[in-house]
Design a protein around this ligand. Structure first.
Ligand code: SF4
Length: 550
């Protein structure tokens, strides 16, 4: 019996996340392609890089072919998980050199191996897998029809994911960048063929995943969700007219799934502020529809990249600074209303260092605009600041653009200021003390703290001074804010058994007062405890009272 391995080394690409708890479409589509090629599920094994790490990067059995997926165009830090790196993938190739392997995902062009056993796949590895098992392997794009079928047939693979059922599935809605001009650094811009999946195909895939126990989804694998289904027949400054009908058809159905309880978490990813600025009327209707469908606390990330006009021009970025502000305002206006105490949908911002035209002033300008956004009372759910790692094939890579040390030092100075000044004040406004954050999944334990996140897009890190088993889900009450994280109390709050640290994180309670509270235990009533909280804000005391247990 032939045996195939799908090895998921996880991906973090500009338009696709597949680091746990996220599961990218790559392994799902490959599995669906293999099943469609006539293989049975006994022929296919799904493993992840975590499994290979435990086996010193050796396969534990023989395979006819191994399909490796990897992509860390911009390696990041992940709570509770670790993406497979290029050096790890190279180790796998070396230590299993007798096995035939193919590599897909954005790591593929970085693999330099002369072995005839190794194929680097430029197009779709699922299509390669399908044609390989038919005896005629080709490296080409899958069709929309193949995608529709393979995505459904591949859904059952999620049951073999090490984090199942604590996962969120990244759902593809289309590929290629619908903009006529492309940014100097972007991989997506290299994909000249723009295509969108049909709403019914996306919903059918989601239904298949639901039938296999998935209830969290992010419509995330696309360049710009506002442009979903654009007809590409009318442009304003290089941005096509959005297709209201297509977006509404998709999100109305997703909303119905959410309301019927089939979907518990619904998120989106990636929107282009240039679309919003150039098509404000269409964009407003679309944003209303998306904000209505998603679950509270969602983020709409904008690739602003820089607020420096010269950098915007030299890198063909999407928007000038004032246009960026317009898009940020509009999303705040439409998505900023609170549901369950949390803003429904807020913009996020991506900034990049390493673009053409940067000077020592660039980062001061970025800081100034972010300060302006904050002073206007606008909210940003997330400010992502990263150093560019030019990717092969992109214009900026081909030009071998160099960055001076002085500029990098300036970048680091302003990055830290943004973290201290802007990020922190945004966090306080988005999650004021007393906000309830439900279903936080414990992913790590450090110094008597449980550290976790909600299984959702760009969820905030929550630190709770009580130890819970890893992968437990807890409800929490926000107390204080740290750099890009929140300190919170567990719900229920057991006042007679929690550690002193729990009392110390309540705003208004000093270390000495926390020690005094410990000595005064046991409290026989909740009121006798809350009567002690004289320096704590009344509204916060109310929430603590509601969630306390004697
Ligand atoms: S607008 Fe720029 S960054 Fe966004 S997908 Fe297109 S080319 Fe890439």
């Amino acid at each position: 019996m032939k045996k195939f391995l799908i090895l998921d080394c996880y991906v973090d690409e500009p338009t696709c996340l597949g680091v746990p708890p996220f599961v990218s479409p790559y392994p799902r589509y490959i599995y669906g392609a293999l099943i469609s090629a006539g293989l049975s599920n006994e022929n296919i094994v799904y493993n992840t890089i975590d499994h290979l790490r435990m086996n010193n990067y050796h396969f534990t059995e023989g395979y006819d072919h191994v399909f490796i997926i990897g992509g860390a165009a911009v390696p990041g830090k992940y709570l509770g998980s670790r993406i497979g790196t290029l050096s790890e993938i190279n180790k796998i190739l070396e230590r299993n050199s007798k096995t035939k392997m193919s590599i897909g995902g954005s790591i593929s062009p970085l693999i330099k191996s002369a072995s005839s056993n190794i194929s680097t796949i430029q197009y779709d590895i699922d299509k390669f897998a399908f044609t390989l098992t038919q005896g005629n392997p080709v490296d080409e794009r899958r069709t929309i029809e193949e995608c529709a079928l393979w995505s459904i047939r591949g859904a059952e693979i999620v049951k073999h994911h090490p984090w199942y059922p604590n996962i969120i599935c990244e759902i593809e809605s289309g590929r290629g960048c619908p903009r006529q001009v492309h940014c100097s650094f972007c991989l997506e811009g290299l994909d000249r063929e723009i295509e969108f999946r049909k709403p019914k195909d996306i919903i059918n895939e989601i239904d298949a995943l639901i039938s296999h126990g998935v209830f969290r989804f992010r419509i995330g694998k696309q360049a710009d969700i506002i442009q979903y289904g654009t007809l590409l027949n009318k442009y304003n400054k290089g941005f096509p007219q959005p297709n209201i009908h297509a977006v509404k058809e998709l999100f109305d159905e997703l909303k119905k799934h959410k309301e019927s309880g089939k979907i518990e978490v619904l998120n989106v990813d990636n929107a282009n502020p240039g679309t919003i600025v150039n098509w404000p009327d269409e964009s407003s209707i679309i944003l209303e529809s998306i904000a209505d469908a998603v679950t509270p606390g969602d983020t709409l990330p904008f690739g602003i990249e820089s607020f420096d006009e010269s950098v915007v021009q030299q890198n063909n970025l999407k928007v000038m600074p004032d246009d960026a502000l317009f898009a940020i305002r509009l999303v705040n206006e439409i998505g900023g209303k609170r549901e369950d105490g949390i803003p429904k949908l807020l913009p996020g911002i991506n900034l990049i260092h390493g673009l053409k035209g940067e000077t020592t002033d660039t980062f001061k300008i970025n800081h100034k605009y972010l300060e302006r956004i904050s002073h206007e009372g606008l909210l940003l759910k997330r400010i992502n600041i990263r150093k560019l790692q030019p990717y092969p094939g992109t214009p900026i890579f081909n030009e071998k653009h160099k960055i001076g040390n002085v500029i990098t030092k300036r970048f680091e100075y302003y990055r830290d200021r943004i973290r201290d000044e802007i990020d922190n004040s945004m966090l306080k406004k988005i999650y004021p003390p007393g906000t309830i954050l439900k279903n936080v999944c414990v992913l790590d334990l450090r110094n008597e703290y449980s550290i976790g996140k909600q299984i959702a897009s760009y969820s905030i890190t929550v630190k709770v001074p009580t130890v819970f088993p890893k992968m437990d889900f807890i409800d929490t009450i926000v107390m204080a804010h740290r750099e890009r994280s929140i300190l919170a109390l567990p719900v229920p709050f057991s006042i007679n058994s929690v550690s002193q640290k729990n009392f110390e994180i309540i705003p208004g309670i000093s270390k000495a007062k926390a020690a005094e509270l410990i000595l005064k235990r046991p409290f026989h009533t909740i009121d006798s405890f809350t009567d002690e909280l004289t320096n704590v804000h009344g509204e916060l005391v109310k929430v603590i009272r509601e969630k306390s247990l004697v």
